[in-house]
Design a protein around this ligand. Structure first.
Ligand code: ACO
Length: 402
């Protein structure tokens, strides 16, 4: 009988790293994070500069191609995206199968995967034009699909994309118009939306991006690999944190209840955590949270909501936590999700849509990382090992002897 416990001792060096805290799964030229210093760069450019000066399509171009676009490059890129914003009409029937009260992330996971059926050519990862088209199609169709999910849950008629609008304006128009042109997009709200997209565009090997790379490493269809990323993003430890954070801020409700929640977050017998706090990589203020906090103030000011209790609760919670020994010692700072829910709520999105908006923005990162992996000549199918801790080898016991 083989002793399975001796197996690992005899099989050479083996790394056991649950949660991949110190294992790099790939080389990448897209995003750099220095978690100790709170630095995030896309292709070398600091996130604060991109969020302050660039537009989301510009950042998409940068993330996909490695360099900022010239004016004419950006014009061509925007035009091409606009040519691909429509969804196949057969998706209508697909949507009819969903319950109206389905979680939007359940619909998004299914619908993105289903879209693979319309573009069989994208399965050919050796064809650069098919790969390029798959990237453009995903970036172009995500806003249409996400707006459609919102309309479906509200029982409203779907509103077509308007190609004369910018990427963010068009998305807001599809979400909030009732007829084709009855919603006037405020440029400042569109800018806040655009900035939200920029801040979520990529974040190196987070759980959902690693999922996309792993799914794609088998040669899966890019839409199917992205659907796997959407599924992973759904959880409250990842993309679902913005929804969970807003729920938490509402539950706290007023500044005087904050100490009670801080005490719960510190209590090891209570599973409660401060949502929007802490990060696997950042042991300093998440630089995206800095921009998001500014944006939250701007949007609430613009909409006349700056006296909302929720913003006060968030700011005071941040202040108290940042002075608390527990959070200081464990280096737990606000992450990107801490203020994002406040912005999305003020713009008018239901909470269940928050993670969908994150997925929309992260699509460019997923597809750029997938392309980078497929272009890497050292690429092999991702296949983690394990440490087996089960029963030793033993003989089958017939049913009448058990
Ligand atoms: N509130 C209270 N305590 C916390 C929190 C928190 N938000 N986050 C971490 N801790 C504590 C843990 O209890 C643990 O304490 P211990 O060492 O005494 O056991 C310690 O800090 C380390 O936490 P881990 O869970 O081991 O850290 P990990 O890197 O695995 O998790 C994560 C990171 C999932 C983000 C975690 O901080 C968390 O759950 N935060 C709340 C959810 C959230 O905001 N997620 C969004 C992440 S960003 C994004 O996806 C866009």
């Amino acid at each position: 009988v083989v002793d399975v416990r001796k197996f690992y001792a005899q099989s050479g060096q083996f790394t056991f790293d649950p949660g991949f805290t110190s294992t790099a799964s790939c080389e990448s030229q897209i995003t750099f994070i220095d978690g100790e210093e709170g630095i995030l760069l896309h292709r070398g450019y600091p996130i604060g500069q991109l969020a302050g000066k660039a537009t989301f399509p510009e950042v998409c171009y940068l993330i996909l191609n490695g360099e900022l676009p010239s004016k004419s490059d950006l014009g061509t890129f925007n035009e091409e995206i606009k040519q691909h914003t429509l969804l196949h009409t057969q998706l209508d029937r697909f949507f009819d199968g969903f319950r109206r009260d389905s979680h939007p992330m359940a619909m998004l996971t299914g619908a993105v995967g289903a879209m693979a059926s319309f573009y069989p050519g994208a399965m050919d990862s050796e064809d650069p034009e098919e790969r390029r088209l798959a990237s453009i199609r995903l970036i172009a169709k995500m806003p249409t699909l996400c707006a459609r999910i919102l309309k479906y849950t509200m029982g409203q008629k779907f509103v077509d994309p308007r190609n004369e609008l910018s990427y963010a304006e068009n998305f807001l128009s599809m979400c909030f118009s009732v007829t084709a042109e009855d919603y006037n997009v405020d440029p400042k709200i569109a800018r806040a939306m655009d900035r939200f997209f920029i801040l979520h565009a990529d974040h190196e090997q987070n759980a959902s991006t690693s999922t996309v790379r792993l799914a794609g490493s088998s040669g899966a269809h890019p839409f199917a690999a992205v659907a796997a990323g959407v599924a992973c993003l759904w959880g409250p430890s990842h993309g679902g944190a913005n929804e969970a954070c807003l729920n938490m801020l509402h539950e706290i409700g007023s500044v005087d209840r904050i100490p009670e929640f801080i005490a719960r977050a510190k209590d090891k017998n209570d599973s409660f955590r401060l949502m929007g706090f802490g990060h696997r990589v950042y042991k300093n203020y998440d630089p995206r949270a800095t921009v998001m906090r500014e944006s939250a103030h701007e949007v609430l000011d613009l909409l006349g909501l700056k006296d909302q209790p929720i913003l006060k609760v968030a700011m005071e919670l941040e202040r108290i936590a940042l002075e608390d020994e527990y959070f200081v010692d464990k280096k737990l700072y606000p992450n990107v999700d801490f203020y994002s829910g406040i912005i999305l709520d003020a713009i008018g999105f239901p909470k269940q849509m928050f993670t969908v908006l994150f997925a929309l923005a992260r699509t460019v990162g997923w597809i750029a990382q997938l392309n980078e992996m497929l272009d890497d000549p050292t690429q092999r199918i991702g296949r983690p090992r394990q440490i087996y801790t089960g029963a030793a080898m033993r003989d089958y016991v017939p049913m009448d002897q058990r």
